[in-house]
Design a protein around this ligand. Structure first.
Ligand code: SAM
Length: 275
């Protein structure tokens, strides 16, 4: 039966075989890996992924599409909202890779998460996965091009903001493919891009909630100098360390936000945080 795309679920189905091929090549899935696809839809990515990795777990909110996915051999279906999925538990549910699979191909039982994400909830999905970064090997997502710009932005530009800091703290972010609207049915109103997110082997340790608060305050009035926003916030917390607030939020590198957050977490004043 023909499926009519549901706007409320952000359904834009990939229909360009060349783009699908390029995405699957970029992901390079192998048997024995713990692949998870968010939003399989009609299977544009799922089926070619399955050809290469043989088994796959999919998370689908649309009841009709979840029912279709149950017919595909090798697919385990989690029906529901991805924002309610505990990825740490999901990682534990995968069986160990068989001994015949080389360890380099089955990266420590960690998840490879992929998906052409529903754009209406893409940012909440990225933040939800951030909480499970320890069990993730990598993530490949189709997103709005403008969101990928913000994720990968360097300090100094208009795209650099909260999303850039929170994600670059934990992941290497790489734009791998640009995708035009006519690659989808129905076409979205915006350009799209595929991004690869690889967790850093070691990230500076800090409290994610505190870092999020610092960055939210800093970017609350991005045209003003930080002394009017973050500077005041630091004063109310009795912070006596050095942090240069004569800059704008977009001029401060990720490492400095993280160092400030770490200094506050440890309740000690570093000699200098600005640098
Ligand atoms: N992967 C398919 C493709 O590339 O053609 C479909 C991609 S479509 C942009 C997004 C998919 O995510 C749809 O199948 C939609 O039903 C599903 N979806 C939307 N919101 C979701 C959510 N909160 N949790 C899980 N799946 C969701």
């Amino acid at each position: 039966m023909k499926h009519i795309a549901r706007k409320r679920f952000g359904q834009h189905f990939l229909r360009d075989a060349g783009i699908v091929h390029a995405i699957v090549d970029t992901i390079d899935p192998r048997p024995g890996q713990c692949l998870v696809e968010i939003g399989p839809g009609l299977g544009a990515l799922t089926l070619p992924l399955l050809e290469r990795c043989r088994t796959l777990t999919v998370i689908e909110l649309d009841r009709d599409l979840a029912a279709r996915a149950r017919c595909w051999q090798g697919v385990t279906v989690v029906e529901g909202d991805v924002l309610g999925v505990d990825f740490v538990r999901l990682a534990q549910s995968f069986p160990p890779a068989p001994a015949s699979i080389a360890p380099a191909q089955a990266p420590g039982g960690r998840l490879r998460v992929v998906g052409n994400l529903p754009y209406n909830v893409s940012t909440p999905i990225l933040f939800h996965l951030l909480q499970a970064v320890e069990v993730v090997h990598d993530q490949h997502f189709m997103l709005q091009s403008e969101v990928v710009d913000r994720m990968a932005a360097e300090p100094g530009g208009r795209s650099y903001g909260r999303l850039s800091v929170m994600l670059q703290w934990r992941y290497e972010i790489e734009r791998v493919l640009d995708v035009p609207p006519d690659a989808f049915d129905p076409p979205p109103a915006v350009d799209s891009a595929v991004v690869r997110m690889t967790p850093h082997v070691r990230s500076a340790l800090t409290d994610a909630a505190l870092l999020g608060e610092i960055v939210t305050v800093a970017f609350s009035q991005r045209r003003k100098l930080l002394r009017h926003t973050l500077g005041r916030w630091l004063e109310t917390r009795g912070y006596t360390g050095v942090f240069d607030t004569t800059r704008r939020a977009e001029e401060v590198p990720v490492t400095e936000y993280v160092a400030l957050s770490a200094a506050l977490t440890q309740n000690r004043c570093p000699d200098t945080v600005a640098g």
